[in-house]
Design a protein around this ligand. Sequence first.
Ligand SMILES: Nc1ncnc2c1ncn2[C@@H]1O[C@H](COP(=O)(O)OP(=O)(O)OP(=O)(O)O)[C@@H](O)[C@H]1O
Length: 595
Amino acid sequence: MAKNTYKQDEALEEPFDIKHLLRASSYIKKYMKRMILAIVLSGIGGAFGYIAPMIIQRALDIAIPDKNMQLLFTLVGVLIGIYVVSVVFTTIRSRIMVDVSQNIIYDIRKDLFEHLQELPFQYYDDRPHGKILIRVVNYVNSVSDMLSNGLINIVLECFNLLFIVIFMFMVDVQMALVVLCGVPVLAVFMFWIKNKQRKAWQAVSNKNSNLNAYLQENIVGARITQIFAREDENAEIFDELSKDCRRTWNTAVRYSNLVWPGIDSISVCVRAAIFLFGLVIFGQGNKSLGTIVAISSYASYFWQPIMNLGNIFNNFINNIAYLERIFETIDEPVTVKDAEDAVPMPKIRGKVTFDHVQFAYDDTKTILKDVSFTVNPGESVALVGPTGAGKSTIVNLISRFYNVNGGRVLIDDQDISRVTIHSLRSQMGIMMQDSFIFSGTIEDNIRYGKLDATREEIVKASKIVCADEFITKMKDGYDTEVRERGSMLSQGQKQLISFARTLLSDPAVLILDEATSSIDVQTEKALQTGLNAMLEGRTSFIIAHRLSTIRNCDKIMYIDAGGIMETGTHEELMAKKGYYYRLYTAQLDDIQTAG
Ligand SMILES: Nc1ncnc2c1ncn2[C@@H]1O[C@H](COP(=O)(O)OP(=O)(O)OP(=O)(O)O)[C@@H](O)[C@H]1O
């Protein structure tokens, strides 16, 4: 997906490209045997069904006029037998196909999800998440139906058509030709209506995708909407997007509603022609009543497969576009990935070096220009500076969430682009300002840091970071269910849980990006002991706007204008009376004024 917003339709009207279908065949290969069995069962069931009009013809032309009851009962028995076989075979086929289709959905979703998990931050920065969701949920459903039922139905409908034509010719060649005269008329009508229908349904799909993107954005931003009382404006946008959905849906349904009346009209004309030709033009008495009834039945069957093939063709065109979108996502380059000769990162001691690092998120602006520094194992470093200076960018590069554009980031003198990402990140503890809480219990959330941790280890970590006190006050303690995103917890509580989670993972390098911003001063003071215990023996990078919290760090780096403007301890930088001094005193002044 190119960069996109909820206001932009996705390009779905692609020229039919067989390569997507060929690629998709990898998803159906392992279910081929079952699909062939389904085709055979349906073929047999269908063929049996088409014998019925011939049996009725015999009943009307022979058994009833001759009053041959034995023949009549035999024919009725055969009819019932045909019906039973058709039903049994069709039911088995349906079961097989439901199973195959669900397996294909599972396989494609698995590939998509695994890939989405590997995609770099940048991918998610550039796209509405609602549109990513619609690919994984709706498009995959639709495509899997095409790959399973769609492909089988093409084969079956072609067989159906063939059977019907053969049986019609077996009943009467002249009358069969009369029926076939309706085909060109039907073909023109189908071509016109299906083209309209396809475009109309693509528009529906696009508008739904836009609505989904906007809805998702609004659910996440519901609090901000209410804070800024933006409900009316948002409702208006939502209203417009909903109207687009309604309008496109109505148009699509209007075309769909034209299909059956159109086909019915052609079918009625053909059947009228059957009676006209059968009873008048070919001469009275030349065609038996049974022949006319049988041909008329076949003629009514005849349109169904043609109509179904038209629908399948339409679905194919739409689904090929969906397939392309799915493959586009699967092919989205994982720009941050293991090098081919990547080796596992040995146990980290904690020396972190930036060696002439250059970095830009995009072509518009260089964020870090030739940044170099070294942090020794066990040192704590605070990154300070104005907003947007590049502090978070620096810590994101240490964990290799982005690749550097120039220079190297080294840990223990090892270039981190040469080690496996998993071995690197699994030794890092990263705490962001927005502490993400998953649905589940508090214990589950803390255990996220170490999946095999015991309850004792969890409680111990919580005690160190001062989370135990508020957790044990809750009715169910560590077993308290926190709803999605931890909506029942305060920001500070979420951060404390996050601290416990990080401590449990026992990282060699610790990154705290505004991690204590939501914790009240009192708790922060209490937490400081825990925090000190946490920092002990680990290299740590701390970003904090509240400068009082980083005074004791071994080193403070003042970041601005794409580089490090000052480095030193709190005392050194205060004595220097430079950038840090001004920032610190300004903050002190603010506190005193507020006090
Ligand atoms: N995903 C992104 N894509 C493009 N530009 C980005 C992205 N993330 C950050 N930036 C830009 O990079 C610059 C540095 O951002 P960064 O988040 O590192 O600043 P910061 O010093 O941590 O700021 P703050 O103190 O406000 O958190 C900013 O100008 C920001 O606009």
